[in-house]
Design a protein around this ligand. Structure first.
Ligand code: G
Ligand code: G
Ligand code: MN
Length: 401
């Protein structure tokens, strides 16, 4: 197997020596030092065998790290990248996001002075991470295949629990569709929702997801589990005026009370027709179906939507939730969203709650509901009872005080 190669890019000779020395202590014999971005680009011009990692300083004279990241994007660099800098956290985070937007594989960043332990973690992470995908994952499905999935019963719903932060009680689930592909295995929605939207298949998709979710909710209710179920609805679903009638017919058909259904709305693109969605959403509210604004604070899930549509729940996007306890920017955005929801009489759901620190912070702030890997990953309906049993034992400890 070809050896892995590491490229160090920093304008300060001392930093290059220090990193080389630290890498040697961790058993990495050879690393290539580059004292400027231009030199690094020249090195990269000769393809290297094996996997590559670049440790990049941000603040350099001439071409700085941000511009270098853009060049890596242009080059379609497929190796890994880590930033090494003494700049403040926000600049590092922004640069990381920029690099990801260029489809670069960003491992994270190291703060200067670099500690041996942090460098070791980064190398371990790099070695464990999957080898660079050779385009296998980016296969785009044809509209016909997505159509077959919808009509052929290949879509299955997973359900992610939502719990009350104050009491820890399990109160409902969000429906997240997956495609059980006969060859590729479980396929996630980011690989087929867009295709369905672009090809006029999203109505059929949403309808089949909704029907399956209501059928399952009826089973839970019959078993004494009075859950609320949320279904994701794309703005593309809100162009046909008969959508509201369809939803209402289905809740009647399955005997699920309208209060038990929540529609989570995300706006994926700018809408040209604003009247149809308003008409549909207002009629659904009149029938006591709940409306939730999804991914609040990102993209088009914005203040204008809050003004125009009678939402009763606000889902704070996970990019403002995980890590909130340690980050002033997230705290400001989270706090403002929470305050606004309260003033408007809306319930708040924090998505992407990933650890105990997130959980404790949200409880302290008085956010209503939590959803995220810390509570549960999306599960099949079959696996829900086992999760619930486990949750009930964790619940007591997590809501003490
Ligand atoms: O966990 P997950 O990868 O399932 O979800 C990815 C995205 O796909 C989320 O933004 C979610 O809103 C969206 N999504 C999941 N299920 C559905 C669905 O049934 N309809 C629509 N329109 N979007 C969905
Ligand atoms: O956009 P929407 O909120 O509908 O999508 C939820 C998405 O977030 C799904 O892809 C789901 O799998 C994912 N998700 C759920 N919980 C967590 C979490 O704790 N962390 C992260 N990173 N993603 C999560
Ligand atoms: Mn959602």
């Amino acid at each position: 197997m070809a050896p892995d190669s590491i490229l160090l890019v920093d304008d300060e000779p001392f930093q290059l020596q220090l990193l080389t020395h630290q890498l040697a202590m961790l058993g990495v014999g050879q690393a290539t030092s580059c004292s400027s971005s231009l030199i690094a680009l020249a090195v990269l011009a000769t393809p290297a065998p094996g996997r590559q990692l670049i440790l990049l300083d941000l603040n350099m004279p001439g071409m700085d790290g941000v511009e270098f990241v853009r060049r890596l994007g242009d080059l379609r660099y497929t190796g890994a990248l880590a930033l090494v800098s003494g700049e403040d956290e926000r600049i590092l985070q922004t640069t990381e996001r920029l690099a990801r937007a260029h489809h670069l594989n960003v491992l994270g960043h190291l703060n200067k002075p670099v500690s041996l332990a942090a460098l070791k973690d980064l190398l371990d992470h790099w070695r464990c991470s999957a080898p660079e995908a050779a385009g296998a994952d980016s296969k785009r499905y044809a509209a016909e295949e997505v159509w077959r999935a919808i009509t052929g019963g290949e879509l299955i719903n997973h359900y992610q629990p939502k719990v009350d932060l104050a009491s820890g009680n399990f109160i409902g689930v969000e429906t997240l569709v997956r495609w059980q592909h006969p060859v590729d295995g479980l396929v996630f929605p980011d690989r087929f929702i867009g295709i369905a939207e672009e090809n006029g298949l999203i109505d059929e998709l949403t309808r089949s997801v909704l029907i399956a979710a209501l059928r399952q909710t009826r089973l839970w209710h019959d078993a004494g589990l009075k859950l609320r179920v949320a279904v994701n609805v794309s703005m593309h679903n809100l162009t046909r005026l008969d959508f509201a009638d369809f939803v209402i017919d289905q809740i009647v058909h399955f005997g699920v009370p309208p209060e038990s259904l929540i529609l989570e709305i995300t706006e994926s693109r700018l809408m040209t027709d604003v009247l149809a969605p308003l008409d549909i959403l207002t009629r659904l509210r009149l029938k006591r179906i709940s409306l939730s604004i999804d991914d609040f604070g990102t993209g088009h899930s914005s203040l204008a939507q809050l003004r125009d549509i009678p939402f009763d729940e606000l889902k704070i996007d996970r990019s403002f939730v995980h890590g909130v306890a340690l980050d002033k920017t997230r705290q400001a955005i989270f706090g403002a969203s929470l305050g606004m929801a309260r003033l408007l009489g809306m319930k708040t759901v924090a998505e992407g709650v990933e650890d105990r620190a997130d959980w404790d912070f949200l409880r302290l702030q008085g956010c209503d509901l939590a959803q995220g890997y810390f509570v549960a990953k999306p599960l099949t309906a079959e696996k829900l009872p086992a999760w619930l049993a486990d949750w009930e034992t964790r619940q007591r400890e997590l809501t003490r005080d």
